[in-house]
Design a protein around this ligand. Structure first.
Ligand SMILES: Cc1ncc(C[n+]2csc(CCOP(=O)(O)OP(=O)(O)O)c2C)c(N)n1
Ligand SMILES: [Mg+2]
Length: 328
């Protein structure tokens, strides 16, 4: 595979470096808080943490405009935060409260915000891919200069939905960007045990879709590759694919004992923590780190308070949005 950015990236202006640092840190701290609240029973149901993969969502989101559309996976906290969904609305959603971004009906895996063009959060692995094809098809038919970016994992690429989506997107030259988060595992199954062909560029070539692999722990490499691909898609180049080579530091979910990989492997990847890497790469000083940490902590405290203060949906609304009268 072609690998972008062999040389070290240039330092950013201070303001931009601090902005990106805070974007990364917000996701990390949000999820640490979510894990804590899960063990306290405030958040129930499923909870899948994105810790370790933050650079993928943050880097990719920098290259997309407000008009572009985002489709995420069930591990969607990072994508939603990077897209600008308010932490309070997300926390309330995980509490099951009516002030949540999906009225408390979806929880952690079903964040949604049409206004911010954030179309889920899907509990079904690969479920977002056909939706993204539909969104991109609509934009193409309507002549909208909009790109749909769809995140998915290595568990999705061995499903029919991925291949059907690639086929139709290529056949119709849709403005669709496939963002493949390859964290090497789908639950407890390593990619070597599920994929007959690990080279994604080769697989994408079978559909005539240009593909590139980048270091998913390097936020600037992710941004750079996404920017180039978005430009190509937006100017009529048809679908493109980027593979982010990444790793989740935590278990698959709060219920996973994490027995299918070695502690040494996890530790090796932790040495390339995307936040630490960025701090070192950009030379962000201790005082700036502490300041950002305090600001993020205050934001999250307010988010939790908002979730606590929210109310449950009234029982009279139980069937609302479940049945739609014929003809409406
Ligand atoms: C269609 C479908 N099959 C199986 C599952 C059960 N399941 C939940 S998460 C998961 C693994 C998905 O792995 P991947 O796509 O690599 O995402 P990651 O967890 O690594 O972010 C599976 C198989 C599901 N939710 N949907
Ligand atoms: Mg995976």
């Amino acid at each position: 595979m072609t690998t972008a950015r062999a040389k070290a990236p240039p330092p950013l202006a201070d303001e931009q470096a601090l902005f990106l640092f805070r974007e990364l840190l917000r996701i990390r701290r949000f999820e640490e808080k979510a894990a804590e609240l899960y063990s306290l029973g405030k958040i129930r149901g499923f909870l899948h943490l994105y810790i370790g993969e933050e650079a993928c969502a943050v880097g990719a989101m920098q290259a997309l405009t407000e008009d572009d559309r985002i489709v995420a996976t069930y591990r969607d906290h990072g994508h939603a935060l990077a897209r600008g969904l308010p932490p309070g609305a997300l926390m309330a959603e995980m509490f099951g409260k009516a002030n949540g971004c999906s009225r408390g009906r979806g929880g952690s895996m079903h964040f949604f915000d049409v206004g911010r063009r954030f179309y889920g959060g899907y509990a079904i692995v690969g479920g977002g891919l056909p939706v993204a094809v539909g969104l991109a098809l609509a934009d193409k038919l309507q002549g909208n200069p909009v790109v749909t970016a769809c995140f998915f994992g290595d568990g999705a690429v061995v499903e029919g939905e991925f291949h059907e989506s690639m086929n139709l997107a290529a056949l119709w030259r849709l403005p669709l960007l496939f963002l493949y988060e390859n964290n090497l595992y789908a639950m407890g199954t390593a990619i070597e045990r599920s994929q007959a062909q690990l080279d994604m560029e080769l697989r994408a070539r079978g559909y005539g879709v240009p593909a590139e692999a980048v270091d998913g722990m390097d936020v600037l490499a992710v941004e750079d590759a996404t920017r180039r691909a978005v430009e190509a898609v937006r100017t009529g180049g048809g679908p493109h694919l980027i593979e982010f080579k990444t790793y989740r530091f935590r278990a698959h979910s709060m219920a996973d004992p994490d027995l299918y990989r070695t502690k040494e492997e996890v530790e090796e990847w932790r040495q390339r923590d995307p936040i630490d890497l960025f701090v070192a790469q950009q030379g962000i000083g201790e005082a700036a780190v502490a300041e950002a940490d305090a600001a993020v902590a205050a934001e999250l405290e307010a988010a939790v308070a908002e979730a606590e203060a929210g109310s449950w949906e009234p029982v009279e609304d139980l069937e609302r949005d479940v049945h739609t009268p014929v003809g409406s």
